[in-house]
Design a protein around this ligand. Structure first.
Ligand code: MG
Length: 162
């Protein structure tokens, strides 16, 4: 059976906002009154991106490869998880085309950080920064993101067989 050269994937993640934690988004520490709760650094945007990449390769999800009860990943820098996902894909013969991440948060403002986020993620994925899109939106005060109880992120990615 013929396999297509190009494949896309979708990722989605949510983490709860709490006091007393740093806020990590797309590999950057963002000054904010609250941070995201999780076993790792809880970088919800990187987690969604990892799931988009793994999904494109049909290689399960981030929780399958990096269980959240594994002490090895306690407080883990999610940039390390993304690097490991890129390795997994490379090992299966895939390269990354582009990625598009949307962060849903009432606060803080994400836009000032986007260029740095793009170059950080691009560096880890070994692609050009203009192949990585980072977008942000509020949800107009609606739902758990609107009530500032948590932050959600979605991502898509395109990968291809090298
Ligand atoms: Mg997560």
């Amino acid at each position: 059976m013929m396999k297509p050269s190009f494949r896309t994937g979708l990722g989605y993640d949510v983490h709860r906002l709490v006091e007393g934690r740093d806020l990590w988004l797309c590999g950057l520490k963002i000054p904010h009154t609250h941070g995201l709760l999780g076993h790792s650094d809880a970088d919800v945007a990187i987690h969604a991106l990892c799931d988009a990449l793994l999904g494109a390769a049909a290689m399960r999800d981030i929780g399958y490869h990096f269980p959240d009860n594994d002490p090895a990943y306690a407080g883990a820098d999610s940039k390390r998880l993304l690097a490991a996902v890129v390795e997994l894909l490379a090992g299966a013969g895939f390269a990354i085309g582009n990625a598009d991440v949307t962060i849903m948060a009432e606060a803080p403002k994400i836009n000032p950080h986007v260029p740095e986020m793009q170059s950080l993620l691009a560096g880890i994925m070994q692609i050009e920064p203009d192949c990585v899109s980072v977008k942000a939106t509020t949800t107009e005060g609606l739902g758990f993101t609107g009530r500032r109880e948590g932050i959600a992120a979605m991502a898509t990615a395109l990968i291809y067989i090298v």
